[in-house]
Ligand binder design. Sequence first.
Ligand code: PLP
Length: 216
Amino acid sequence: MSISENLNKIKSSLPSHVTLVVVTKTHPVEKLMEVYNAGHFIFGENKVQEMVDKYEVLPKDIQWHLIGHLQTNKVKYIAPFVSLIHSVDSLKLLKEINKQALKNNRVINCLLQIYIANEETKFGLDYNEAEALLHSDELRQLKNIQITGLMGMATNTDNRQQIAAEFHTLGNFFKRLQTLNPQLQTLSMGMSSDYAIAIENGSNLIRVGSSIFGAR
Ligand SMILES: *Cc1c(COP(=O)(O)O)cnc(C)c1O
């Protein structure tokens, strides 16, 4: 199937409250334009330089989501245009995003990345750290960022029960935090292999690459 056929098949299967981020990392801009021309404008990249390069040459109504690990010294390159940062994992990083957002006269929306997998290679805060950060006085002073939700990546495994358990715990944590923090609207969980399980457990933002473009 073509890129646009894959895209339309996935989009038509999603519940209306679920938003799709098309993960475009490693793919050339010609392929991104196939997605754009099919009417989809939310793209996710995991590397700053690649996202900036693509932003510069592609239509300006694309919403760019940074989904990969972000180093403090690179925030300045994406601050003028990024629409959502999924991968915030420290107060230090938030302070830098706030500083660069202020320089650009913007408020940048951010998700706290929560470490839910049983894998050392993944980044993120644990549940206690995330809750402490969310309720800290220091966060309240950062006027140019807004924490609008949480993100998590399940363990890379064929064990569907383990994936479901990880998403379930994050889904419950999100619901509990939401009662105290109504600005938390977004739960980013699920990729090509596990987005159906993620949606069952409360995800409303999924990040899908290979099911649309084929294997990288
Ligand atoms: C690459 C990536 C995805 C998409 O993975 P696919 O398996 O290609 O759907 C989702 N989230 C993050 C953080 C990624 O780096």
